[in-house]
Design a protein around this ligand. Structure first.
Ligand code: PLP
Length: 230
């Protein structure tokens, strides 16, 4: 009951942000970030028509997915250690959080050896708030050249995590910058690289991200409520 109200509230906010920005709902994908939440909560949101869910730990995808409908599309959005690649490749729709060249190559090797295909985004550290989450902008040219030679992996766009701020306007420059970088990359026509996806915006700032061109927004708290960590 409460979940369905929160979910509908988020959809209403998305739709009004989109219409203000003269964008169409078909252009964007809402990812319901279900990390730390049980299968029962995911099922409730699934029953409202939500198919895309995000997790930041591979083990959660491994543990939850067998108990849930098969048409759920899982999105890996958290830092991925190389020994957990096997829980993600072939199981996820999209890996948003490829934050190093080495990880990209390891994903590709695993996919290739197992006759699988991986769809990835490059995570870029725009905010540089000290968490070092993602590739730096200056590392992208080298990464993109390597992308051209991947065997079983395709690159579909960019992702960033903006810091938590009290006024979401403070993150606008981050989203604008990521968009600009993606436009620049698109113009260079790298083989095996498309820039169709911009994964940016969370509960706190998705409206600004939508105004700045986000195609995939990752929303946890606003749908599921505050997370409890042990
Ligand atoms: C947890 C998380 C989210 C969702 O954050 P909320 O503020 O709860 O909406 C989005 N993206 C990533 C990478 C996350 O880890």
């Amino acid at each position: 009951m409460q979940l369905s109200n929160q979910y509908k509230q988020v959809q209403t906010q998305i739709n009004s942000a989109l219409s203000q920005a003269c964008r169409k709902p078909e252009e964007i994908t809402l990812i319901a970030v279900s990390k730390t939440y049980p299968v029962s909560a995911i099922r409730e949101v699934y029953q409202l028509g939500q198919l895309d869910f995000g997790e930041n730990k591979p083990q959660e995808i491994r543990d939850k997915s067998p108990e849930l409908p098969e048409d759920i599309r899982w999105h890996m959005i958290g830092h991925l250690q190389s020994n957990k690649i096997k829980y993600v490749v072939g199981k996820c729709e999209l890996i948003h959080s490829v934050d190093s060249i080495r990880l990209m190559q390891q994903i590709d090797d695993y996919a290739f050896r197992n006759y699988l295909q991986a769809k990835i985004l490059l995570q870029v550290d725009i905010a540089k708030d000290g968490n070092k989450q993602g590739l730096l902008e200056k590392e992208l040219p080298e990464a993109l050249e390597i992308c051209e030679n991947l065997k079983a992996t395709s690159v579909h766009g960019l992702m960033t995590i903006a810091p938590f701020v009290t006024d979401a306007e403070q993150n606008r420059w981050i989203f604008r910058k990521l968009r600009q970088i993606s436009v620049d990359i698109q113009g260079k026509n790298y083989h095996n690289v498309s820039m169709d996806i911009l994964s940016m915006g969370m509960s706190n700032d998705f409206e600004i991200a939508l105004q700045e061109g986000a195609t995939h927004i990752r929303i946890g708290t606003a749908i599921f409520g505050n997370r409890k960590y042990n």
